[in-house]
Design a protein around this ligand. Structure first.
Ligand SMILES: [Zn+2]
Length: 125
């Protein structure tokens, strides 16, 4: 599995097999993650506050996802800012949890290196 696929499908950054989030999706705990990867035992929260940095990823992703359509609507289709804002808010509401999870996935993929052969040792990550 390549890096991009692993990020988008929320896989463990180390083995790219184990799932990063608990399933099924829990609306009240959208970021519920197992403590360790079920496949390679990679710790999913290597240090307290690890996902603080994911906020910046989330900010960037949101900016791209919301700003680009807004600019296209306002500049390309001559929409009013208010009208474009309604569409942007709808996109934001629909993609909210997806962006949250995606930014965590991007963040842990930045910080944990991929190891081609799954390791079964109990090495701390
Ligand atoms: Zn793993």
């Amino acid at each position: 599995m390549n890096l991009l696929k692993s990020i988008v499908q929320y896989r463990c950054p180390r083995c790219r097999t184990g799932k990063l989030f608990n399933e099924p999706f829990d609306f009240y705990n959208p970021l519920d993650m197992p403590e360790r990867c079920p496949t390679c035992n990679q710790h999913f929260e290597p240090e307290p506050g690890f996902y603080f940095g994911a906020m910046f990823v989330s900010y960037g992703l949101s900016a791209i996802l919301l700003l680009v359509p807004a600019l296209i609507l306002v500049l390309g289709y001559d929409w009013s800012a208010t009208r474009a804002m309604i569409v942007i808010l709808a996109i934001g509401a629909i993609s909210f949890f997806r962006i949250l999870r995606l930014s965590r996935s991007v963040w842990i993929h930045i910080n944990v290196k991929y190891q081609a052969t799954p390791v079964s040792s109990q090495e701390e990550g």
